[in-house]
Design a protein around this ligand. Sequence first.
Ligand SMILES: [Zn+2]
Ligand SMILES: [Zn+2]
Length: 89
Amino acid sequence: MLAGLKKVFPCLACGKVLCSKASLKRHVADKHASRQEEYRCAICERVYCSRNSLMTHIYTYHKTRPTMLLPPPPHHAPPPPATHSDVKF
Ligand SMILES: [Zn+2]
Ligand SMILES: [Zn+2]
């Protein structure tokens, strides 16, 4: 007889395995609360809590340059020179 085959509860967000549903819920609330900023992989939707971890994941697992997945940096045009226009009537 096979006894003690425990069911595990993997976190869908980070892959961490919890031993009970309650633990999983607490883990998700603790680590993946909606308020917390998260970095989601655009390819497999895995979520990381830091940008660096996500970049490493993308580069390691998808063999893709993370920069290709990111929007191009905003191209800020220099502000127009201030014009001292003394409008007098
Ligand atoms: Zn998790
Ligand atoms: Zn991924």
